[in-house]
Ligand binder design. Structure first.
Ligand code: SAM
Length: 177
């Protein structure tokens, strides 16, 4: 089984636990789990990577698109200009978070979901999640589900890597399928 493009890191820690549990149930002893991961690095590098440089808006457009989708799909009343898209590194969770911050207090109806949202000025909503790992953290997290690290390939600057785990012959399966 393979998770490429560091997509595994777009799940929260709790979601990854569930994913790993299901993956462990799906694989037989000796079968492989190949996962790519962006390795943890300094805040400046990460925040530069996840925010638009001057004159560009790809990340802003990507984050604001969540509101566009809520408007079109659920009849929500978000005004895109009311929100500032931004990303920052959360050191406590080793995660880059993509946010939308309300410029002013707003009450937004979302009729399709039967909701009315009250957003205070400055309230920030997390719309994206990209975890960063040390090699040890990744090996520990995946290893807890009965996998052993068999090989790994890093780029020359050890910024990111590809990790091959194998299901151990008689490892306990943690959690439920
Ligand atoms: C938009 S980035 C997202 C990266 C990461 N999931 C994150 O949240 O920051 C997409 C990633 O997929 C990788 N990618 C794209 N096509 C790929 C392919 N065919 N095989 C493996 N990786 C691929 C890119 O190199 C890039 O790292």
């Amino acid at each position: 089984m393979a998770f490429l493009g560091s997509s595994f890191a777009n799940a929260t820690r709790e979601e990854r636990e569930g994913l790993l549990s299901r993956i462990a149930h799906c694989l037989r002893p000796g079968e492989g789990f190949l996962v790519s991961a962006d390795l943890d690095k300094d805040r400046e590098t990460l925040e530069t990577c996840y925010n638009d440089p001057p004159g560009h808006s790809a990340f802003a457009d990507f984050r604001l698109n969540y509101l566009t989708r809520l408007n079109s799909r659920y009849g929500a009343g978000f005004v895109l200009d009311d929100f500032v898209p931004e990303a920052f590194y959360n050191e406590d969770t080793s995660t880059v978070e993509g946010h939308l911050r309300a410029r002013a207090g707003r009450t937004v109806p979302v009729p399709g979901l039967g909701l009315t949202l009250h957003l205070a000025r400055g309230r920030s909503v997390n719309v994206g999640y990209s975890a960063k790992f040390t090699e040890e953290q990744l090996a520990r997290e995946v290893g807890a589900h009965g996998f052993g690290l068999r090989a790994r390939w890093l780029d020359p600057e050890a910024q990111y890597g590809l990790f091959l785990f194998r299901r151990a012959p008689s490892a306990p399966v943690v959690g439920r399928a």
